[in-house]
Design a protein around this ligand. Structure first.
Ligand SMILES: Cc1ncc(COP(=O)(O)O)c(C=O)c1O
Length: 441
């Protein structure tokens, strides 16, 4: 019998079905990355690209960190894999204790998974199970928000608010309502949190009026919406949402997949805004993107509420083969050491005003209709040119050509560099962004 031909086909880009990509367009003119170190990528031809986005908002401590590499290699040597169902391994418990110590309030328990999407689905399920365990099994509805992104699981797209992520995929989860998004034209060019819009949280009262609180399990929002062009919350908005949730016994979930681990100059957005959610989802910066990992941090009362059954009964019928994978735990622990030793969250806070000034200097360039920033992230809206996303894509492609990686969302470009970035490199990012905007005018 002839063996199948498994030899690699040189320069054949056909087989890889690329995620969130215009496959045919990409394959005609590919943007390839071959190497990364610090705040830079290199293409296979050796062209240097400054990483304006920390990969996909995830490489907060910079690329190629030797400490993380060593921790993963050591763990691989010791034990490659161990299940976490009805048994455990020390690194998982150690990591959860370290996370609990870092988290604000009484977010004292960590459930681990492999991605932000899994974290969101896990959080939604924990919310349902908690209410049921506490005699409130009618609380099954969820409230998300327009322009929210919560990954790509069916739970995440149901509570998410991005039309292209939803319209292809049928009915999704039943029983979901959406709050209005918080992007108001009167807040254009705000620095940091915009002044107007706290009242938008009151829409939750309307949803409660429609369905009754006894049917609503949880509200999920990103404290700062990331994927729809970076939308910092209006002043007072998150506090108001917390108050309304408390009033009606609704759990509040913060999706901190982007805002977690230093992006806003604090450990988490919950710390920055002084609002503690009942559940918090994380991923990305948790492991500096070296080994896939996600997690749900759970407040004491929610965790305790799930511990009321018989001691020999499984508390939550949910988990993943790779929950608390030893390599991910080793990586995440090494990342925590870096965050602590290099004080990267404080560094992000210190750099934020410089970043803000640099990014807002782009105001006045052709087609720039809004600029938003908070911590070490920003969103820049460009006036559309034809179908939505045309100018945004051109800007993304042009920036890459000029040596800068940005994120595109429609006609907005977003940036979130690694927190180890230097001021001169911020200048370089601003400079290339300005050139890009002018070239796509
Ligand atoms: C806020 C938020 N939630 C969830 C996710 C999904 O994470 P993942 O792509 O790891 O599934 C993302 C990814 O960008 C995100 O930004």
């Amino acid at each position: 019998m002839t063996p199948p031909n498994t030899a690699p086909a040189a320069n054949n880009l056909e087989a890889f079905f690329m995620p969130f990509t215009a496959n045919r367009q990409f394959k005609k003119n590919p943007r390839m990355l071959a190497r990364a170190k610090g705040v830079h990528y290199w293409t296979p031809e050796g062209r240097k690209i400054i990483d304006g986005t920390a990969g996909l908002w995830c490489v907060n401590a910079g690329h190629g960190r030797e400490e993380i590499k060593a921790a993963i290699a050591k763990q691989l040597d010791e034990m490659d894999y161990a299940p976490s169902f009805q048994m455990g391994h020390p690194k998982a418990f150690e990591l959860a204790a370290r996370h609990a110590a870092l988290l604000p309030g009484d977010l004292n328990h960590a459930f681990y998974c492999n991605s932000g999407s899994e974290a969101v689905d896990s959080a939604l399920k924990i919310a349902l199970a908690y209410h049921r365990a506490n005699g409130q099994g009618t609380r099954t509805r969820f409230v998300g928000r327009e322009r929210g992104y919560h990954g790509v699981g069916f739970g995440g797209i149901s509570v998410g608010g991005m039309v292209n992520n939803r319209k292809w995929f049928g009915a999704m989860l039943p029983g979901v309502d959406h709050l209005p998004h918080t992007h108001l034209p009167e807040n254009a060019f705000s620095k940091g949190e915009p002044e107007k819009g706290a009242h938008l949280a009151d829409a939750l009262e309307g949803i409660v009026g429609l369905h009754d609180a006894s049917n609503i399990a949880a509200v999920i929002v990103e404290p700062c919406a990331g994927s729809t062009g970076f939308l910092p919350p209006p002043k007072g908005y998150l506090k108001r949402l917390r108050e309304i949730c408390d009033k009606h016994g609704i759990l509040l979930i913060f999706d901190e997949v982007i805002t977690g681990f230093g992006r806003l100059g604090t450990s988490f957005a919950a710390e920055k805004f002084g609002v503690i959610p009942d559940l918090m989802t994380v991923a990305k910066g948790i492991s500096n993107a070296t080994v896939p990992m996600g997690g749900v941090f759970v407040r004491k009362n929610v965790f305790d509420g799930l511990m009321n059954g018989p001691e020999n009964a499984i508390d939550l019928f949910h988990g993943y083969t790779y929950s608390a994978h030893p390599l991910a735990c080793a990586a995440a622990s090494a990342v925590l050491d870096i965050y602590r030793d290099e004080e990267l969250f404080a560094r992000a806070a210190e750099l934020s005003p410089y970043w803000e000034e640099g990014i807002h200097s782009l105001k006045g360039l052709p087609n720039v209709t809004d600029i938003r920033n908070l911590g070490m992230a920003c969103g820049i809206d460009l006036a559309p040119e034809g179908p939505v996303g045309t100018r945004g894509y051109k800007a993304f492609a042009k920036a890459f050509e000029l040596g800068l990686m940005v994120r595109q969302s429609g006609d907005a470009i977003a940036m979130s560099p690694p927190l180890v970035i230097e001021k001169a490199q911020i200048d370089e990012i601003v400079d290339i962004t300005a050139k890009t905007i002018k070239e796509v005018a």
